[in-house]
Ligand binder design. Structure first.
Ligand SMILES: [Zn+2]
Length: 185
């Protein structure tokens, strides 16, 4: 997956007023002097200590010390990662997210292929039937699901057919990756 260009991130940030965004999630948000306040969505409370500052475009809770910018709020509230939060906001505010690299960028294509292959092998590992035996084996060696997930361990069996399905691989790129991995080993 291509990186989102920095300018796009800033463009999304500039279009998303933190008061508007937070207010769309928390309709009880009310102006109190120079900031906006309401009960905190991240901890239980009866008197509002959750504050949104339109000048700094930040939010902060004096009760549980949760705070950050508009992206952080969406990440926490929607329980999504940074990229997903960006995409949600971009969709809502109609900011197009361009690819950060042109299609003829060789390195970008090689990275994308590696990522696609990683996703494929991880998918095999996660598969209830195919990956079961392998996960049992790893479990026996003290490697649990959490470690598998964290290290991105995949299962390299039954290569064909499968790898390459739905992925636009070019033969010369595959050859180059094979060459590169030979140099590494
Ligand atoms: Zn709080």
């Amino acid at each position: 997956m291509a990186m989102i260009p920095k300018e796009t991130i800033e463009e999304i940030r500039s279009r998303c007023n933190v008061v508007e965004v937070v207010g769309s999630y928390l309709p009880q948000l009310r102006r109190r002097g120079s900031t906006f306040k309401c009960n905190c969505p991240f901890h239980q409370e009866k008197t509002p200590s959750f504050s949104v500052d339109p000048n700094n475009q930040l939010f902060y809770c004096f009760g549980c010390q949760t705070g950050g910018d508009v992206f952080k709020f969406v990440m926490l509230y929607e329980k999504v990662d940074f990229r997903e939060a960006l995409e949600m906001l971009a969709r809502r505010w109609g900011v197009p997210i361009p690819e950060s690299r042109p299609r003829d960028d060789k390195i970008g294509r090689l990275i994308e292929m590696n990522r696609a292959a990683e996703a494929f092998f991880r998918g095999r590992m996660a598969d209830a039937n195919v990956g079961r035996q392998c996960r049992d084996y790893l479990e026996g060696r003290g490697i649990g699901d959490e470690t598998i997930e964290k290290l991105g361990i995949g299962y390299g069996i039954s290569l064909n057919p499968g790898l390459g399905v739905g992925i636009d691989f070019q033969a010369e790129d595959v050859a180059q990756i094979a060459q590169m991995s030979e140099k590494i080993h």
